[in-house]
Structure formats: structure tokens, C-alpha cells
Ligand binder design. Structure first.
Ligand SMILES: [Zn+2]
Length: 104
């Protein structure tokens, strides 16, 4: 492998480390979270290889904000779910420890 291409860009969603192709503004997961109206506005103002217009940047910002909002709503549901998973895992670990202690 001889060096990585400089044409890679990162997904524009907040804190997303996923790399996507230069034509993509966001990774497919995040892009699917952008409301269709904003997606349409974004495409309408997108001019490949040209300097972004104000309207394009505004659509981009709106897309980023929409994803952030969606993620924070999902985040609170997710953290409740993770909490339950953690408790279940701890219970399982304790029961394994007990089983091991009983065998010894
Ligand atoms: Zn992403």
C-alpha cells in the first residue's frame, strides 16, 4: 500500500469517525437520519468541485443539526438500554463466580 488518498473525507455528523467518499456529506447511517426535505435542499444546492454557496452551507448545517437532535433523542433511549444490559451482564458474572466458587 503506498499512502492513502487525500480525497477521503469524514462524515460531517458530530463525533462520527466514519470516512466516506468526497461526494458524500455524511455516512449512510447518518444521512438516513436527515429529514428528506433537508436532503432535497442539500442536493439542490450541491455543485461538485465548486465553492459551496451560502444556501448549500445552510442546508449542510441544517442536516448536521437534524442528526444531532435525532441522536440526542436516541442517546437517552440508548443509555437506558445500556444500563439494563450492564446490570444483566453483572448478574451473569456474579452467577458464574458463584458457580466457580461452588465447584472449587
Ligand atoms: Zn456518520
Amino acid at each position: 500500500m503506498s499512502g492513502s488518498k487525500a480525497s477521503k473525507n469524514n462524515c460531517h455528523a458530530k463525533r462520527c469517525p466514519v470516512q466516506c467518499s468526497p461526494e458524500e456529506f455524511m455516512c449512510p447511517t447518518h444521512w438516513s437520519m436527515v429529514p428528506l426535505g433537508i436532503q432535497a435542499r442539500f442536493r439542490e444546492h450541491y455543485r461538485s468541485g465548486q465553492r459551496p454557496t451560502k444556501a448549500f452551507l445552510a442546508a449542510g448545517m441544517a442536516a448536521i443539526e437534524a442528526v444531532a437532535k435525532e441522536e440526542s433523542a436516541m442517546g437517552s433511549r440508548l443509555s437506558r438500554l445500556l444500563e439494563k444490559t450492564k446490570i444483566a451482564q453483572e448478574r451473569e458474572k456474579i452467577s458464574k463466580d458463584i458457580a466457580r466458587a461452588l465447584k472449587a
